[in-house]
Design a protein around this ligand. Structure first.
Ligand SMILES: Cc1cc2nc3c(=O)[nH]c(=O)nc-3n(C[C@H](O)[C@H](O)[C@H](O)COP(=O)(O)OP(=O)(O)OC[C@H]3O[C@@H](n4cnc5c(N)ncnc54)[C@H](O)[C@@H]3O)c2cc1C
Ligand code: FES
Ligand code: FES
Length: 465
């Protein structure tokens, strides 16, 4: 039995855990404000809020309901546009009207839900964050300028928001209905999830699986990573970081300790999909999907990460770079799960960078991506880990290049010679994301970009001409 709160009502349902939240709200509950656009996580027409209690505080994130398995909402608060409606329009809705932010209206509910998530966020409101909150919503009519003005008005109207009593303040200002005040109590009354894995299809966030296997999953029960204990931890001890495989991109972005180890994390992860997808996409799902251009995979390969694989309580650890045997061929049996990822945190002398080029900057998968970790002592390279995606059938760890770099001076000549080795290690193919030659060139440019970004006093564009 799946139990959750939908707007202001408790729900108990025996629908399959693999059925979709979008279909439940529309067809079981007749809440038609949540729209069906692409069903692939791209358009945001189906956006809803998912709220949960974290340290007794309600935390809301926007998700695409078209890829959310119903099992993942057990114990949570789901808010559709109907759950935001009050006797009069909320400021978010009113600004949309005032600025003509809605024309045909198909995208509007998704925008309103995402912008309301921005209002609910704990961080100090900024126009930049308001715009970021709608990075997963597409509008075909307005040209976005009216919606950008709406975002500006909302940011201004939140300037007095009480950061400590966010919910009460938003209720008092009629941004959200008053029933939100009862949600913590209602969530606490829900039973804990009933963990009963049965070796069915394993689902993390569902953002790959439901795009690829929608029809096979929607009437089935599935095993859910969110129901597996200890897969959502972030632990840092003695310079080693261990992440549960169920950690999402947003979990990393909201972790102060992870942020301090990777100060440019926000810049790196904003290149991964959109806010709703980052709220759902797990690290483990990215590794096991085994896309040669997976961004998490490239990110962690360059940290020389190890993964722990678990089956019937038995664990084994392997390096992530040894996980990939061939195109979508993994060193993993069908009933093993990736449970944790661990790696040494960069030290004072080690530097980390991630680069990605895609056809669009945002909401697009990479043509080529790469990450690099390099340790320097007295201008000599003492450690190097380099990954590259989109240049072979698997996410690649470029071991020969890393070996070459060891004990070399940090000079443009070293980078040039290393680049020649890179070109012998990779084997890109021509496809919709670019020709093989273009991808070779891209990786060269991105490899140089690592050095320009990490050592701006030593390397400029001119160093590589
Ligand atoms: C609109 C959109 C944009 C996207 N943009 C990007 C992007 O920019 N960059 C990028 O890299 N990806 C992108 N993706 C792909 C996807 O979001 C990521 O690959 C994500 O990390 C997958 O995680 P998930 O939890 O959703 O995986 P799921 O779909 O739940 O699972 C994927 C696979 O992994 C298996 N699995 C999941 N967790 C585990 C585990 N712990 N152990 C064993 N097996 C497991 C599942 O059985 C399944 O085979 C995008 C997807 C969408 C829909
Ligand atoms: S229907 Fe397009 S994102 Fe869900
Ligand atoms: S108003 Fe028509 S798609 Fe946005």
């Amino acid at each position: 039995m799946i139990e959750f709160i939908l707007n202001n009502k408790p729900i108990k349902t025996d629908q399959p855990t693999g059925s979709l939240l979008l279909d439940f709200v529309r067809y079981e509950k007749s809440l038609m404000g949540t729209k069906i656009g692409c069903r692939e996580g791209d358009c945001g027409a189906c956006t809803v809020l998912i709220g949960e209690l974290i340290d007794s505080q309600l935390n809301y994130r926007q998700v695409v309901s078209c890829l959310t398995p119903l099992g993942n909402v057990h114990g949570k608060h789901i808010v559709t546009i109907e759950g935001l409606n009050m006797d009069s329009l909320s400021p978010v809705q009113q600004f949309m009207v005032d600025e003509s932010g809605s024309q045909c209206g198909f995208c509007t509910t998704g925008f309103v839900v995402s912008l309301t998530q921005f209002c609910l966020a704990k961080s100090t409101p900024s126009y930049k964050d308001a715009i970021a909150s709608i990075d997963g919503n597409i509008c075909r009519c307005t040209g976005y300028k009216p919606i950008e003005r709406v975002a500006k008005h909302i940011t201004e109207s939140l300037s007095d928001k009480n950061q400590n009593e966010t919910l009460d303040w938003l209720i008092a200002q009629q941004f959200i209905p008053s029933y939100f005040a009862q949600i913590p109590e209602m969530l606490n009354a829900l039973p804990p999830v009933n963990i009963n894995p049965k070796n069915k299809t394993l689902v993390g966030g569902g953002t790959d699986l439901y795009v690829q296997k929608h029809a096979q999953l929607i009437d089935k029960n599935v095993d859910l990573i969110s129901n597996t204990p200890n897969l959502c931890c972030i632990e840092i001890e003695n310079g080693v970081c261990t992440l549960g495989a169920g950690i999402t991109a947003t979990d990393l972005l909201e972790s102060d300790s992870f942020q301090s180890a990777f100060p440019r994390l926000k810049d790196h992860l904003k290149l991964l999909a959109s806010s709703p997808i980052r709220n759902m996409a797990t690290i483990g799902g990215n590794f096991v999907n085994a896309s040669p251009i997976g961004d998490f995979t490239a990110f962690f390969l360059a940290l020389n990460a190890k993964i722990k694989l678990t089956k019937n309580g038995q664990n084994r650890s392997i390096y992530l770079k040894d996980f990939y045997k061939g195109y979508k061929d993994l060193d993993k049996s069908s009933d093993e799960i990736v449970s944790t990822i661990s790696f040494k945190l960069p030290t004072q002398n080690s530097h980390y960078n991630f680069e990605k080029v895609s056809k669009r900057i945002h909401l697009d998968i990479a043509s080529v991506n790469t990450a690099f970790q390099i340790t320097i002592s007295k201008n000599v390279i003492t450690q190097a880990h380099l990954s590259a995606g989109g240049v072979g059938p698997i996410p690649m760890y470029l071991g020969e290049t890393c070996d070459f770099l060891l004990n070399k001076a940090l000079l443009p000549e070293t980078v040039q010679s290393a680049h020649e080795i890179i070109q012998t290690e990779i084997n890109p193919i021509s496809d919709v994301r670019g020709s093989a030659n273009y991808k070779r060139l891209l990786l060269r440019q991105l490899f140089c970009a690592h050095f320009i970004t990490l050592f701006p006093n030593q390397f400029t564009l001119d160093s590589f001409i």
